[in-house]
Design a protein around this ligand. Structure first.
Ligand code: ATP
Ligand code: MP5
Length: 266
């Protein structure tokens, strides 16, 4: 009998299409060698064309799942994704406060198709309750604009965005430049804790099948933290993993296909 792998928990929404949300998180965790566990916040009926419906779970169900995992099994790192409403943001923030493990907070706002995954009324709770609990917060440029009002068009803008996000209290901000218009063929992200600044640069792939990039990156960071890596080490390894997954993203259905979580095994 061998020992258990490092324990990693995702708190996120279910994506029936399997490319993003809980499904992306658990696949990423498996691929990176940690034991993935899940707290489902909402069920989405979703495919490559968009989100057809969202059913949020009661706060009680979210708390019960979280407690069931943490009280018995334990956890080395937590990742949060789609939280849907102010009540669930507050619930999850309060749960994180009871857990002595690093938290990667992906403040998911809208899907690639523009479907809302977070109520506008929840933004204040994300700023005031959730971000202060984050070891690393990983907003994309749209989420940065929504949360801080900073609109980013270049690398200087990414610096200002990082400062604004850090102002809400996470230890590190990872500003994802995936949505930055063609940037010399690179996909550039900025990681900073306010003193140390690291630019992560990778080739930008002209592949439309990028469903789940943000979820995959955040889960990969959590997997690294669960394995005992530092934040910069986890983010560097996660960026390499998501870049490979994007390069291998494949067509599925009639719209945007998923990144390939198993790219290293093919
Ligand atoms: N076309 C691309 N080629 C290579 N890397 C990319 C591409 N698009 C995004 N990335 C990278 O993928 C990661 C996720 O960034 P992105 O900005 O897409 O997050 P996101 O918008 O939160 O994702 P999602 O839309 O899945 O929620 C970042 O490291 C980003 O630089
Ligand atoms: C349940 C859930 N969580 C997160 C995303 C964001 O992923 P994307 O922006 O790639 O659609 C999603 N579509 N669905």
């Amino acid at each position: 009998m061998s020992g258990a792998p490092p324990l990693c928990l995702t708190v996120a929404g279910s994506d029936s299409g399997g490319g993003a949300g809980i499904q992306a998180d658990l696949k990423t965790m498996l691929a990176l060698g940690v034991h993935g566990m899940s707290v489902v916040t909402a069920v989405t009926a979703q495919n490559s064309l968009g989100v057809r419906g969202v059913w949020e779970l009661p706060a009680e169900a979210v708390t019960a799942q979280y407690r069931a995992v943490v009280d018995d099994i334990g956890v080395r790192a937590v990742k949060t994704g789609m939280l849907s409403s102010a009540v669930l943001v507050e619930t999850v923030a309060a749960l994180l406060a009871t857990t002595d493990a690093p938290a990667v907070v992906d403040p998911v706002g809208v899907s690639k198709h523009g479907d809302a995954l977070l109520a506008a009324s929840a933004l204040e709770a994300v700023r005031k309750e959730l971000l202060p609990r984050a070891t690393v917060a990983t907003p994309n440029l749209d989420e940065v604009a929504q949360l801080t009002g900073v609109s980013v068009h270049d690398e200087d803008g990414m610096r200002r965005a990082a400062d604004a996000v850090l102002g809400y209290g996470p230890q590190w901000a990872l500003i994802k430049g995936g949505h930055l218009a063609a940037h010399g063929g690179e996909a550039v992200d900025l990681l900073t804790d306010g003193t140390e600044e690291r630019w992560l640069r990778a080739p930008r792939y002209d592949n439309r099948h990028t469903h789940g990039t943000g979820c995959t990156l955040a889960s990969a960071i959590a997997a690294g933290l669960a394995q005992g890596l530092t934040v910069p080490e986890s983010v560097t390894a996660a960026k390499e993993y998501v870049t490979g997954a994007i390069a291998a993203g494949f067509a599925l259905g009639g719209g945007i296909g998923p990144v390939d979580h198993a790219w290293r095994r093919r």
